[in-house]
Every structure is written in structure tokens, then in C-alpha cells.
Design a protein around this ligand. Structure first.
Ligand code: TMP
Ligand code: ASP
Length: 240
């Protein structure tokens, strides 16, 4: 295996095969609450790689620029080497999780407008929430980059809501990370049940990492169900 440059909680980042690239390997590790809760879930890496790769390809097919270059094997991808902007962008369509806790809004409440939140990506600080003026004040991103991240996040939300609706899944909320390449902003990291809340539209069953966070039972059964429905939908033309 190529040289490991960085080990994250759920992925290994290695030297890529060519200049300006990285090799990313998905691990089986699941973590929550800033790493306080941790488990090895055999097969999670394969599932998240499959899900994230399909979702990134779908977004690229719809004009979104991402870091994905090539799928290498069932847990590895080659990506563009971007400078990660240390700001996590959370988009919410329904109240859940941290939003419900913080503002006392019951989980599942439909929000009257799309909510966008930012956190400072820092394990040492526990990813604190941060606002736009704080982001630009400490230089995490420029005003233009921030605007571009917001524009892309809203576009991605529309595309993903439409995709998941076809799978009878409600996209409750999700987290995105962006990076800089050649002076512009592109989508990086992953989009998977680790980074989204996905509820079955009929039963409201949670198919995402809340199964792990809240001990709701077989975690990967939810991920497998999302992949099964995604594969079904991707085989059907969009207008159907
Ligand atoms: P939250 O309700 O805990 O703030 O989470 C909002 C969304 O962001 C949810 O879909 C899970 C995702 N998320 C991550 O991907 N990484 C994180 O570290 C956290 C806290 C949330
Ligand atoms: N990703 C974070 C962690 O690993 C938290 C979470 O997703 O709940 O700790």
C-alpha cells in the first residue's frame, strides 16, 4: 500500500498514484460524539465507499465538481489533492439531532426554510459551531469561498432530495466538506449514511449512523438498504 499521510476516524489518506492526487481508503471504524463512541463494523468501509462513490458520480453527472477521480477497488478511490477548508457545512430540511436538542424543536419537524450551519473542523475543539463573520474573521475561508460553498450546498441539497425521494427516503440533513484546487472550491470528503440522516418515508425508520449513535440495532442493515434502493433507482431513467 502507498505511504499513509494521515489517518482519520473513518478513512486513511495515502499518497496518490500521480502528482496532485491522493488515495483514500475507507475503514470499517464507526465513531460518534467526537470519537468517544467507537466500534469496528465489518463491511462498513465497503458500503460507505460504494454509496459515496455512486452519490458523487450522480452529482458529477449533474454538474457538481468533486474531488473524485477514479474508483480503485471496493474500499479505495483516487481523488484530487485539495486543500481542505476546515469548515463543515450542515444542511437541514427537517429538525433532528443537534438542531432539535439545541432549539427544542421536535425531531421530524419540517423546517420552513432550508437551514445551513457551519462548524469549525477541529477535533481538538470538538467541531464548534461557527458563523459566517467568525469564519472570515479568523481566515478559515474567504467571503467568496463561503458564498460558493453555500451555493453548492443548496444545489447539492436539491439534487440529493430529488434522488433520495425516488428511493422513498427523506433526506433530513447532511454534512459536506469542501476543498480548494487551482483557486476554486470543489466538493470533497464523502456523502454516505455516516454523514447524512436518511429516514424511510413510509415508516420513518432511520437508515443512517443514528442507528450507531443511538444503539437502534443492526447499523449496517440500514446502510445496505440505502445501497439496494440507490442501485435500483440509478438503473431507472430519471423521468420515470
Ligand atoms: P447534528 O444534528 O449532530 O449537528 O448533525 C447534522 C448532520 O451532520 C447529520 O446528518 C450528521 C452529520 N454529521 C457529520 O457528518 N459529522 C459530524 O461530526 C456531525 C456532528 C454530524
Ligand atoms: N463524526 C463524528 C465522530 O466521529 C461525530 C458524529 O458523526 O456523530 O465523532
Amino acid at each position: 500500500m502507498s505511504q499513509v499521510l494521515y489517518e482519520g476516524k473513518s478513512k486513511l489518506v495515502c499518497q496518490g498514484p500521480r502528482e496532485g492526487s491522493l488515495l483514500i481508503r475507507y475503514k470499517d471504524t464507526a465513531t460518534a460524539f467526537n470519537g468517544e463512541k467507537k466500534a469496528e463494523l465489518s463491511g462498513k468501509g465497503v458500503l460507505n465507499a460504494a454509496l459515496s462513490n455512486r452519490i458523487f458520480q450522480y452529482l458529477m453527472d449533474h454538474g457538481v465538481e468533486t474531488h473524485l477521480i477514479q474508483v480503485v477497488d471496493d474500499v479505495s478511490v483516487v481523488v484530487r489533492r485539495a486543500e481542505i477548508i476546515p469548515v463543515e457545512v450542515v444542511v437541514r430540511n427537517l429538525a433532528a439531532g443537534g438542531f432539535s436538542q439545541k432549539y427544542g424543536v421536535p425531531e421530524g419537524t419540517l423546517l420552513r426554510n432550508t437551514v445551513m450551519e457551519f462548524s469549525y473542523k477541529s477535533d481538538a475543539l470538538g467541531d464548534p459551531m461557527i458563523n459566517r463573520s467568525q469564519i472570515t474573521a479568523i481566515g478559515l475561508a474567504s467571503r467568496e469561498e463561503l458564498q460558493e460553498m453555500e451555493r453548492q450546498a443548496l444545489n447539492i441539497n436539491e439534487l440529493l432530495c430529488r434522488l433520495f425521494e425516488r428511493m422513498d427516503i427523506r433526506l433530513v440533513d447532511f454534512k459536506l466538506e469542501f476543498g480548494r484546487v487551482d483557486g476554486h472550491v470543489i466538493l470533497c470528503d464523502e456523502i454516505s449514511p455516516d454523514s447524512c440522516r436518511l429516514w424511510d418515508m413510509a415508516t420513518e425508520e432511520k437508515l443512517d449512523k443514528d442507528r450507531f449513535r443511538r444503539d437502534l440495532g443492526d447499523v449496517l442493515a440500514g446502510y445496505r438498504e440505502v445501497l439496494r434502493r440507490l442501485d435500483d433507482v440509478l438503473q431507472t431513467p430519471e423521468s420515470e
